[in-house]
Design a protein around this ligand. Structure first.
Ligand code: SF4
Length: 221
């Protein structure tokens, strides 16, 4: 029986419980502070996390991983430091845009930006160059600790294979499925998304390893 045939809330909790039993806690987001989460969320666009880690480590070594330092850093130097993450010129522009907005409207203080209510904060993030829905929601969930579900390619692929309707364009529809059928709990959303990423990387890959899948009993793929 596919997930579309079951009660959605029960099915989503069932999926979560099976993933958690299989992988355990994922301890996301792997960062020292909320600003590092923001930088990581931008750098991870179209990049493997190991490459993002190298770019972040370069920024740390150059003492450039603060809002003030990033605001002051010349763009060419920034692009050089984040080169391992790929698309480094475009990503340097995006990081500068974020640091500049923080500087001009919030005195360079991420905490001040995060005093906005969730809907306003989401709009503010989306209005910054280079911040799309997935990046904005990653910042909301993992840096600002708001109960906002992040939809990414792993989530789409797994949910689609499990039998959920996932129109490619409907980021908000898939997000609403989680938001409307799960308790609005930031810790749950954090762990759930991290588990989906783990499952998408390890088992439900492009070519899925179904015989070793903890969700096999629920899957109609
Ligand atoms: S059974 Fe296969 S397709 Fe379905 S979720 Fe598991 S790995 Fe993915």
């Amino acid at each position: 029986m596919g997930i579309e045939d079951k009660d959605k809330a029960a099915a989503l909790i069932d999926i979560y419980n099976r993933l958690f039993a299989s992988y355990g806690p994922q301890h996301w987001w792997p960062a020292d502070d909320p600003f590092e989460v923001v930088v990581g969320a931008i750098l991870t666009q179209s990049a493997a996390w190991t490459n993002v880690e190298q770019a972040i480590s370069n920024l740390k070594a150059a003492q450039a991983l603060t809002p003030a330092a990033l605001h002051e850093l010349p763009q060419e130097r920034l692009a050089h430091l984040i080169r391992p993450s790929g698309y480094y010129n475009a990503k340097a522009l995006k990081l500068k845009a974020f640091a500049d907005r923080l500087h001009s409207r919030y005195s360079g203080d991420l905490g001040r930006l995060f005093t906005l209510d969730t809907a306003t904060l989401r709009q503010e993030l989306l209005s910054i160059h280079g911040v799309g829905e997935e990046t904005a929601d990653s910042i909301l969930l993992y840096a600002a600790r708001r109960p906002v579900f992040v939809i990414d390619a792993y989530t789409r692929r797994i949910m689609s294979r499990l039998g959920l309707p996932t129109d490619k364009d409907s980021y908000r529809a898939l997000q609403a499925l989680f938001a409307q059928n799960l308790p609005r709990d930031e810790r749950l959303f954090n762990e759930y998304h991290a588990l989906l990423v783990r499952h998408g990387k390890d088992v439900c890959r492009k070519i899925p390893d179904c015989p070793h899948c903890c969700l096999r009993a629920l899957c109609s793929y």
